[in-house]
Write a protein that binds this ligand. Structure first.
Ligand code: SAM
Ligand code: SF4
Length: 328
């Protein structure tokens, strides 16, 4: 039974009032709403693979894959399709139900690399997993091609508020981001969009970013909340570590304003204790990224056996594969 209505007409002041509550009141409200819309015992386990790494022309100041920053990340051309499918199979065997493929591109170009990504989408879809891609900016026609290949979700994070965006990225603007999200929607692909905290933004910026997401005509089905992974060589390498309570506050607010969305505890888990992650789950996070490679794209991440142990300690279970359940 759901008694909390889905709303798309939030105001900044309303979200601010939710966000500013005493932490335990906020978590209690979020946990209550979480239980109306989701099974609080289940966490969706996902795997993210970088299919093309580094050498990106953009200047996102958090990102170690931007060509202009001198980081330790090795440039890697687009992986062969068979390699990607083998990674997806392994991820599935390890309990992942969603496989996300990321490319360090500014935008998708209509070339052979895109044809290869289309083949990867088809291949992962045939494994019976939710397939997600994050490839940069996308036209409506490109989104339709991905949808026809079986793409379930497209990730395109807002990253931060509209007001703070230009402080973080100068090579594209906030409207470019919204435009791609609209193209994804029009093609009938589900939207995965969230952001990063710890970029130097204010609390008001965090609330403003949530306002943009929560007032979209349809909420993103998936909302990743990242803590900045500080990469040596990027302009943000010396930013302070994100406080775990700030992650809890952000996740709880996202859960309350977008009750039906999957809220994903994404980058930054490596710096959180098991107890801190438990608070994030209590606040409404219901997905993690994990895998054997112990990386999230190009930054360190807990490994799958450690994560399975954590879920067991907390009495949580990996979410069953809904695609397979439906097929049965
Ligand atoms: N190039 C594409 C793009 O920017 O949309 C797709 C890949 S990009 C690496 C995907 C997302 O990862 C970014 O939008 C950002 O939210 C997140 N991300 C990248 N580097 C990060 C970092 N150091 N810390 C936290 N999140 C990060
Ligand atoms: Fe490129 Fe994406 Fe990294 Fe920005 S976040 S530099 S677009 S790979």
């Amino acid at each position: 039974m759901t008694s909390t209505a889905i709303r798309n007409n939030w105001t900044l002041e309303e979200i601010q009032a939710i966000y500013d509550q005493p932490l335990l009141d906020l978590v209690y409200q979020a946990a209550t709403i979480h239980r109306e819309y989701h099974s609080a015992r289940e966490i969706q386990v996902c795997t993210l693979l970088s299919i093309k790494t580094g050498g990106c022309p953009e200047d996102c100041s958090y990102c170690g894959q931007a060509a202009r920053y001198h980081t330790d990340i090795k440039v890697q051309a687009l992986l062969p399709t068979e390699t990607v499918i083998a990674h997806a199979q392994k991820a599935k065997d390890n309990g992942s139900t969603r496989f996300c493929m990321a490319a360090a591109w500014r935008e998708v170009r209509d070339n052979r690399d895109f044809d290869r990504v289309i083949d990867m989408v088809k291949g992962v879809n045939e494994l019976g997993m939710e397939v997600c891609c994050t490839l940069g900016m996308l036209t409506e026609e490109q989104a339709v091609r991905l949808q026809e290949a079986g793409l379930h979700a497209y990730n395109h994070n807002l990253d931060t508020s509209e007001q703070y965006y230009k402080e973080i990225i100068s090579t594209r603007n906030f409207d470019n981001r919204i435009n791609t999200i609209n193209n994804v929607r029009k093609a009938g692909i589900t939207v995965c969009s969230g952001g990063i905290i710890g970029l130097g933004e204010t609390h008001r910026d965090r609330i403003s970013m949530l306002l943009t997401l929560a007032t979209m005509p349809k909420h993103p089905e998936s909302v990743p909340i990242n803590a900045l992974a500080r990469v040596k060589g990027t302009p943000l390498e010396d930013n302070p570590k994100v406080d775990a309570w700030d992650m809890v506050r952000m996740i709880a607010t996202a859960r309350i304003v977008m009750p039906a969305s999957t809220v994903r505890l994404t980058a930054g888990r490596i710096e959180m204790t098991e107890s801190e992650q438990a608070w994030c789950f209590m606040a409404g996070a219901n997905s993690i990224f994990t895998g054997e490679r112990q990386t999230l794209l190009v930054t360190p991440n807990p490994g799958v056996s450690e994560d399975m142990q954590m879920l067991q300690h907390l009495g949580l279970q990996p979410m069953p594969n809904k695609k397979e359940v439906t097929a049965c």
